[in-house]
Design a protein around this ligand. Structure first.
Ligand code: ADP
Ligand code: MG
Length: 697
């Protein structure tokens, strides 16, 4: 087996391979294109395609695909082979033209487009994103691509992300210039997406139609042992899981994904993988690759990888912490306080820009993580609430408060600080006692956005983060570029921003009831569900914001809004139909069969031993008949509600799903869970939570 440094990136047509295989001028021109985001010259594309194909064929590839990210949370691909007939002869050669590399036309008319593509122009096209490397996987050359309509509208999640990265870079550049360009001339967002997941034995999984169809269990009584003993988190990894993780790491390293940390998570059968951070665009591609690779490798081990946010009620759900920072073109992390007064002042300006952005656009951040599946997680005990706040840690909060009030900072030493003139005292990075309950925490030199769910593409949250921070930086730069007294105006901007937006700062327990009340007093939003959050996307000020920074057009916003609403209602309806089917064809029949068995038993017992002998059975039978009657009633109720919701238009339908369908499902679940507790295990047809959560050894 090759060493890890040899393995890493071996299936990627990365910089090293390009430099080695491409003529120098072609290589340089390609690099320039990748950096500027411009289109590739046809003559250059032809050479790159030829060399890329030769390499891919050496790697065993027979096909290529434009790999893109439609408006679902997974990726799409259509494979074409390299074969081409020999001109004037027989047989085939392997051919790949520049046009095929740069441009593709998938028949993607069945992918969600939210009304953007009328049928007469149903074919969008894909175009290579040269800022993300091509790679070979399972005999196919994958070409990371954007997906756009003929009229130029984005039909995917990559295009707006690239636009937002550009917008942010442009505004960050203005701020950096104001500080003399000492930390660089532009900056790009960096992202490290920590991925949580569950591993379940495949045989047990296949016996649960709800897991198979919906990715989550729709009923199931809590197991005797959940996560109360805290013996799973960071616990020893079981051999079967260890084998899975080893294979996963090797495959990800081959694909150039910087898989770094792995450990058990809080719930039984729950685990996490964290990569080293990289640029936002590549990090998003890599997270998609990580999710699909997890699924594929799990299969090979007779396991199933669950990426749903809440596969099991009552135990920890799965999130995807989105670590985000800004890196300058000279390699400076702009959220690192720095050593000099000027670096400190620049840090404070970037920091307050984020505080302002998050406070002003709480709704967009909340909206960016909204989905039917994540609704079960946010606000549950183990996940941040639906309220957005920023935690900075006590020291930094005290420092900002001292700056705001122009008083002495009571750190280790009592010091009076003047922004831009003094060096900031060292803010300790509290790696041990960090606030884990905050949805948006500053963790020393980056922000950790903890609301994204485990199945979500990180594109959405990063599009929002990049855009709202771009706006804040734009405002600051516009004011400071006109300034006659930079020092005084800089101080004023930082102070004013703290005064105006400090309500968003909260370092306490985000899971507590008292925070919900406090947040309401502070006037912070609490958009509890997807149905509450999505309409914020199309608010006029939000549409204007995205348009101003060239991230979304109005038409793109409306189409995305439609897609998100539809996906929410469709998900809820599929869940309802699944539970209806399970109840009708399995749960009620099982309860009835057990009822019959009990009747027989009661008859036998009473005829031999007298009335009194069957007391327990009789009381169980009574409970059972009450429960089945209730369940039959609730079944009809749910069926009616589902049918009704389907008669509504998008937004009322989503609201109906939330208020009627989901609550009816919850009522039903209570009865089913009670039945599960009393029906003889020999009659119950589904694996229990115990069977599922402890299925992997
Ligand atoms: P922590 O213990 O604070 O969670 P880690 O070093 O384990 O810190 O990092 C957690 C995640 O944050 C990793 O995916 C890591 O790559 C990412 N990360 C670290 N620094 C940055 C940064 N500057 N920008 C984006 N992500 C980062
Ligand atoms: Mg973390």
């Amino acid at each position: 087996m090759n060493s890890i440094p040899e393995t890493f990136g071996s299936a990627v047509f990365n910089d090293e391979k390009m430099r080695e295989r491409l003529p120098k001028d072609v290589y340089e021109s390609l690099k320039k294109t990748a950096l500027s985001g411009a289109r590739l010259e046809p003559s250059i594309a032809n050479v790159v395609a030829e060399k890329m194909k030769d390499w891919a064929c050496e790697m065993g590839a027979t096909h290529f695909t434009h790999w893109f990210q439609p408006m679902t949370n997974i990726t799409a691909e259509k494979h074409d082979s390299f074969i081409s007939p020999v001109k004037g002869g027989e047989g085939v050669i392997m051919e790949f033209r520049g046009k095929e590399l740069s441009y593709g036309e998938p028949d993607a008319s069945s992918l969600p487009n939210g009304g953007l593509r009328a049928t007469f122009e149903a074919r969008g096209y894909t175009a290579w994103d040269p800022s993300s490397y091509a790679f070979v996987k399972d005999g196919t050359l994958f070409i990371p691509s954007v997906f756009i309509s003929y009229s130029g509208e984005a039909l995917d999640k990559k295009t707006p992300l690239l636009r937002s990265v550009q917008a942010l870079g442009k505004q960050a550049a203005r701020i950096l210039a104001l500080f003399g360009g000492r930390s660089g001339s532009t900056a790009t967002p960096t992202v490290g997406a920590e991925q949580e997941y569950f591993l379940i034995d495949k045989e047990v999984y296949l016996k649960r139609p709800d897991l198979v169809t919906c990715g989550r269990t729709l009923f199931g009584a809590p197991p005797a042992k959940g996560q109360e003993l805290h013996d799973h988190y960071f616990g020893a990894i079981k051999p079967r899981v260890k084998a899975f993780m080893a294979d996963l790491d090797r495959e990800l390293w081959t694909l150039g994904v910087l898989a770094k940390t792995k450990h058990n998570e809080a719930a039984p059968s729950q685990h996490e993988l964290a990569p080293l951070f990289t640029g936002a665009n590549v990090a998003t591609d890599h997270n998609q690759l990580t999710m699909s690779t997890m699924r594929a490798i799990a299969e090979k081990h007779g396991l199933v990888c669950l990426l749903h946010e809440k596969p099991f009620k009552g135990v920890n759900g799965s999130g995807k912490h989105n670590n985000w920072s800004l890196l300058s073109d000279t390699g400076v992390n702009l959220f690192e306080p720095g050593e000099t007064p000027s670096e400190n002042a620049q840090f404070l300006l970037f920091l307050t820009a984020v505080i302002k952005a998050v406070d002003e656009h709480q709704d967009l951040l909340r909206m960016s993580v909204a989905s039917a599946s994540n609704d079960h997680r946010l606000g549950a005990n183990e996940a941040p609430p639906a309220i957005i706040s920023v935690s900075l840690g006590e020291e930094l909060t005290d420092l900002l408060s001292a700056l705001e009030k122009n008083t002495a900072y009571k750190g280790k030493k009592k010091v009076q600080i003047e922004i831009g003139a003094d060096v900031l005292p060292k803010i300790p990075k509290d790696t041990t006692d960090r606030n884990r309950t905050s949805p948006f925490a500053f963790t020393g030199n980056k922000f950790e956005f903890r609301m994204p769910g485990s199945s979500l593409s990180v594109s959405g949250p990063n599009i929002v983060l990049n855009t709202i921070v771009a706006e804040a930086l734009d405002e600051f730069a516009t004011a400071l570029e006109k300034s006659k007294d930079f020092h005084a105006d800089l101080n004023k901007i930082i102070r004013d921003t703290i005064v105006k937006h400090k309500r968003i700062i909260f370092n306490g327990d985000g899971y507590s009831k008292s925070w919900e009340e406090e947040a309401e007093r502070r006037g912070l939003l609490n958009l509890k569900t997807t149905a509450d959050a999505l309409p914020r996307f199309i608010k006029e000020e939000n549409r204007r914001l995205f348009e101003k920074y060239g991230v979304f057009t109005e038409a793109e916003i409306y189409s995305r809004y439609q897609i998100l609403l539809e996906s929410y209602s469709t998900t809820v309806n599929i869940e309802a139909l699944t539970v209806i089917d399970m109840v009708k064809r399995n749960i009620l029949p099982a309860a009835e069969a057990y009822q019959n068995e009990l009747c027989d038993l009661i008859m036998k017992k009473t005829s031999i031993l007298g009335e009194e002998s069957a007391r327990t059975e009789k009381s169980t039978l009574e409970k059972l008949s009450c429960l089945t009657e209730a369940l039959t009633g609730l079944l009809g109720d749910l069926e009616r509600k589902v049918a009704y919701s389907k008669t509504l238009t998008a937004l009322p339908q989503a609201v109906c799903c939330k208020e009627e369908v989901l609550t009816a499902m919850e009522d039903m679940r209570e009865v089913i869970d009670e039945l599960e507790r009393i029906v003889d295990a020999a009659f119950w047809r589904f694996p229990t939570y115990n069977d599922l959560l402890y299925s992997v050894n």
